[in-house]
Design a protein around this ligand. Structure first.
Ligand code: ADP
Length: 162
């Protein structure tokens, strides 16, 4: 039986916490869709194509992974891809309450999709896209938090914005 997973998020931008979770998730599934949410309410720094490109660049050699964009209901997307495993990462205790509620609601929408929570390595658990962006905006060193490609994209973005 082939297992298909889906890992949704804003990925604005992808960082080493996400990468850690994706590498762990690929051990559990045969195919992993990384689903980049449009998230206009979060006013993302990078548009959908830029966020997709940064993820594709990191995983170009992994043929298990496909990056897609979405703006519809996650459960509908998962069903259309026949993805029965929903991957989420847990960082801090405060993630738990939101994730707990989301799982409960998703389960009422579709009880055939199981959510699997994964944790990144200890040094990567505290990384968040918001902090990576803030440090980059202020000219700090983000090399521990994301890859070179994203680092350059952030530099270019803030040069344009300033
Ligand atoms: P969202 O907009 O859903 O918060 P993110 O792009 O921030 O999307 O995160 C996508 C998923 O990755 C979520 O499940 C989130 O909890 C998880 N995640 C983000 N950062 C980390 C991290 N440092 N360690 C583990 N999981 C993480």
């Amino acid at each position: 039986m082939s297992r298909t997973g889906i890992y949704p998020g804003s990925f604005d931008p992808i960082h080493k916490g996400h990468i850690d979770i994706i590498n762990r998730a690929t051990k559990l599934v045969d195919k992993l869709y990384i689903a980049v949410a449009d998230s206009p309410h979060k006013s993302p720094l990078f548009d959908l194509d830029e966020r997709k490109e940064m993820i594709e660049n990191e995983f170009s050699s992994n043929n298990k992974i496909e990056v897609i964009a979405f703006d519809n209901l996650l459960i509908d997307l998962a069903n259309s891809l026949d993805a029965k495993i929903l991957i989420r990462g847990l960082r801090v205790v405060s993630d738990f309450e939101y994730e707990f509620q989301m799982l409960g609601m998703n389960r009422q929408l579709d009880n055939n999709i199981e959510t699997v929570f994964l944790m990144a390595d200890a040094q990567r658990q505290s990384i968040s896209s918001n902090f990576v962006k803030e440090i980059a905006r202020l000219g700090g060193n983000i090399s521990n938090f994301t890859n070179k490609f994203v680092e350059q994209k952030l530099k270019d973005k803030f040069k344009l914005i300033k």
